[in-house]
Design a protein around this ligand. Structure first.
Ligand SMILES: Nc1ncnc2c1ncn2[C@@H]1O[C@H](COP(=O)(O)OP(=O)(O)OP(=O)(O)O)[C@@H](O)[C@H]1O
Ligand SMILES: [Mg+2]
Length: 238
């Protein structure tokens, strides 16, 4: 059996008196999309921030490709092959599309940046057309593409995505979710955080449900129906 690409064990994170994650464990196998779903405040973003090294842990371990990383600096995790698409997109609005993408490639050899830009443009042609435009003038969907493209510029083997479909029109939601599948099909493993449970379940190989800091369910998406989902989200039988 091959070791999982990512393994989180007993992870606990606290913001002052608030315990946001309580002893959670999960694994992501290479070449899969794993969804982490749950309602507001469940701890989804906290999980991704802990993985990319933006928060201090109270306890637990994180292993990436067999190596413990829980004490590794955030930049080093990027260089090792993990990239984070943050919640709310957060592109640099007063920089051009191209400059935003180039920043995403800061850990890469300069000689390979133009190839990486071509790769991002092949996924999102509109970013090539708008390369000189300020990122702040893009539509919400285009900014999401840019945020994903920027993360891909580091050539990650594991992509952490925080609610990429949030606040987008239905057609754009579809396009973004299709891109997540395309990214997996190219060989990049994806840990996808979503409040859009139906969309995330549909495209994922495996699903974890988080509720107030605890994993309350894990299974293949096909084993989760609407009734179960309501129960899992609300925390009681309907
Ligand atoms: N910087 C912070 N300081 C204090 N509490 C925080 C901080 N960030 C998050 N929290 C709290 O931790 C809990 C988990 O928050 P988190 O952002 O991880 O949830 P989430 O599942 O991503 O929610 P959403 O779907 O709304 O993005 C919440 O109770 C939240 O209020
Ligand atoms: Mg969040």
């Amino acid at each position: 059996m091959t070791a999982p690409m990512l393994e989180i064990s007993g992870l606990t994170v606290r913001y002052g008196p608030v315990r946001a994650l309580n002893n959670i464990s999960l694994r992501v196998d290479r070449g899969t999309i794993v969804a982490l779903i749950g309602s507001n405040g469940a701890g989804k973003s906290t999980t991704l921030k802990a993985l990319s090294g933006l928060l201090d842990l109270e306890g637990g371990s994180i292993s990436f490709e067999g190596e413990p990383i829980e004490r590794m600096a955030a930049e080093k995790r990027v260089a090792r092959g993990m990239a984070h698409v943050p919640e709310g997109r957060r592109v640099f609005p007063r920089m051009s599309v191209w400059e935003n993408l180039q920043l995403g490639g800061y850990t890469r050899p300069e000689s390979e940046i133009s190839e990486d830009l071509d790769h991002v443009v092949s996924l999102f042609p509109v970013l090539g057309e708008r390369r000189r435009q300020y990122a702040g003038t893009l539509s919400g969907g285009e900014q999401q593409m840019l945020a994903i493209g920027r993360a891909l510029m580091s050539r990650p083997r594991l992509l952490l995505m925080d609610e990429p479909s949030m606040g987008l029109a239905p057609q754009m939601v579809e396009l973004i979710l299709e891109t997540v599948t395309a990214i997996r099909d190219e060989g990049t493993t994806v840990l996808l955080v979503e409040q859009n449970a139906a969309g995330a379940i549909r495209l994922s190989d495996y699903v974890y449900v988080l509720r107030v800091g605890e994993i309350v369910h894990q299974s293949k998406g096909s084993e989760i129906d609407d009734e179960l989902l309501k129960t899992l989200y609300l925390g009681h039988d309907l």
